[in-house]
Design a protein around this ligand. Structure first.
Ligand code: ZN
Length: 242
């Protein structure tokens, strides 16, 4: 079975549509959190995820929008976008976000937005932080989001850890490692200096995860963000993927 991995969609409808178009042949979807925040189409993105029947964990932006976390934790621009999102979310979509778990475990993998040590807030940025999550893992693979950069941390058979950044077309073969923590990058606000929407394809039989990137209409999203009066910094960064 092939599963599309949709991380950090961040209310970017144009990016999400192009990613789903590229994922037409998959058998299902999973989402490591942050459907909303930053972008101009939170309701449309939540509704698509709901219709996909996509197993989803809550991200820090979901929690902030439904006021489960203190907003002072967020920087000015992010906070402004969260307040805007919170205002426009429909009651139905808010209820859906409220019901999202922080952690999902199934037969083959685990999934969390940040890390297993701190599901909502910790960024897995390097081998040391990744190793701390690996020590808590029950399954071979753990999918994470939050960083918006495609990155893998592995525990090799000899008890050695390694980590590297990934890009379009890279395939991680989890069968070669004892444990794998993987971030497939962000659909709606990539930060690896590549502005294309980033996503993944998980082959449950082969135990491989492929990183993919697609172009989308960035200008259209930026126009909508300007109309909604969202912060200029958030509008500009989409162009650079940072
Ligand atoms: Zn995010």
């Amino acid at each position: 079975m092939k599963l599309g991995i949709l991380a950090d969609i961040h209310s970017n409808l144009e990016a999400l549509r192009c990613v789903l178009d590229a994922l037409r042949d998959v058998d299902g979807y999973i989402c490591p959190g942050d459907i909303v925040g930053y972008g101009p189409n939170p309701n449309e993105c939540v509704e698509i995820v709901r219709k996909l029947d996509c197993r989803t964990v809550a991200g820090n932006h979901e929690y902030a929008c439904i006021r489960k976390t203190d907003l002072s934790y967020f920087a000015g621009d992010a906070k402004e976008a969260i307040e805007w999102t919170s205002k426009v979310l429909t009651e139905e979509n808010r209820t859906f976000l409220e019901g999202l778990p922080e952690y999902i475990e199934n037969a083959g993998f685990e999934m969390v937005h940040g890390s297993l040590r701190n599901p909502l807030e910790e960024y897995i940025t390097n081998v040391q932080v990744g190793a701390a999550t690996i020590e808590l893992m029950k399954k071979k693979i753990c999918f994470v989001g939050h960083l918006h950069i495609p990155l893998v941390v592995v525990k090799e058979k000899q008890d050695k850890y390694d980590s590297w950044q990934l890009t379009d077309g890279d395939v991680v073969d989890a069968s070669k490692f004892e444990k794998v923590v993987i971030n497939v990058g962000g659909v709606g606000q990539p930060r690896d200096m590549d502005p294309r929407a980033s996503f993944g394809i998980y082959d449950t039989e082969k135990q491989t995860v492929e990183i993919r990137k697609v172009e989308y209409n960035i200008t259209a999203v930026q126009e909508k963000m300007r109309k909604a009066d969202l912060p200029e910094f958030l509008i500009e960064r989409l162009k650079y993927g940072r």
